[in-house]
Design a protein around this ligand. Sequence first.
Ligand SMILES: C[S@@+](CC[C@H](N)C(=O)[O-])C[C@H]1O[C@@H](n2cnc3c(N)ncnc32)[C@H](O)[C@@H]1O
Ligand code: SF4
Length: 370
Amino acid sequence: MNVRHLYVHLPFCAHRCGYCDFVTLLGRRDGHGAYVEALLAELELERERLGADLETVFLGGGTPTFTEPAELARLLRTLPAAEELTVEANPETITPALAELLRRSGVTRVSLGAQTFRAELLEVLERQAGPDAVRRAFYHLRDAGFDNISLDLLYGIPGQSAADLDRDLAEALALGPEHLSCYELEAKPGTRFTFAHGDELRRQAEAMEGYFEQVVETLVGAGYRWYETSSFCRPGRQARHNLGYWLGEDYLGIGIGAVSTVDGLRWRNRPSLGGYLAALSGGRRPPREEEPLEPEVVARERLMLGLRLDEPVQLSRVEGVVDGTALARLERLGLAERRGDGLVLTRRGRFLGGGVTAELMIESPAKSTI
Ligand SMILES: C[S@@+](CC[C@H](N)C(=O)[O-])C[C@H]1O[C@@H](n2cnc3c(N)ncnc32)[C@H](O)[C@@H]1O
Ligand code: SF4
């Protein structure tokens, strides 16, 4: 097998932010070693699926940089080499020593969760870092030699105004990152955040379209390429790991809750830590749900993910799922266009995003459930 992308999930966080529904675990510092051991055991069991040369490795979380430094270093030392090695980081965890450790361990790219630079909005989000800590983390990474740093920003935060967002974008641009991901804050059902801020989140939802345009106009105006719905980069600085996913390439995911898609099969490890550690310490694969992917599901995902990009999806890769009549209508409306033997959304189409994609797709009951 020749999978070229590896995702590694590190679930530990110092604190659970109210809006987050990722697979996370609080604290457990004395359990980080056992978890890293299990990750490496899982990697060994799946190793034959990986190609000889990996394009990307991505350590996501959770808060990978909250992992005990010695364990994080051991993990980084043992993982296979890759052209791009990204680590997600929370600002308050980045000390000069940790930035050095990451650099020395071969990390090539850091994705820093800034979210906002407004102190009162960071508090609403229950973030541990204040605005100064975000800036300090960025400079520690630069001082350690990182020339590929991404910042995550959120918009639609309860209490945030368009002027606040303008200031956030200006603060982010002042740091000069190579990459920015700007996400609309999703109200995840069942989180205490959605319960506490329901009315304000509904009000923000109505303003989202305007915020999205504000983000795109500001960042494109500052010379960044809007290469994916929520992602902006300096030339050649796309997130290659995520790009692989948007292009429908296979990837292996290890760790609790991690998803893999390899050769028409998708599986997701169960999120429970106990089951994960028990299986791997006994030399077995962790408990997981598996789903064989029908070719039609694969083509639908390719279309859905591919149209997030500013480069065309090849029509031959999405055969059977594009509604020709809808395409002709969307072309007339200036929302989609055929370029060579590919299909791409126009700038206006990209602002409408998911709605245009849904219209382009023929209806079918088949869809992935994982
Ligand atoms: C799972 S977090 C991991 C990174 C790191 N722990 C942090 O919090 O910065 C990755 C990114 O997902 C985004 N995110 C998390 N919850 C979200 C939500 N409810 N809506 C939109 N984006 C969210 C944030 O921008 C965050 O930086
Ligand atoms: S630190 Fe990141 S992963 Fe952890 S709870 Fe907060 S948003 Fe989620």
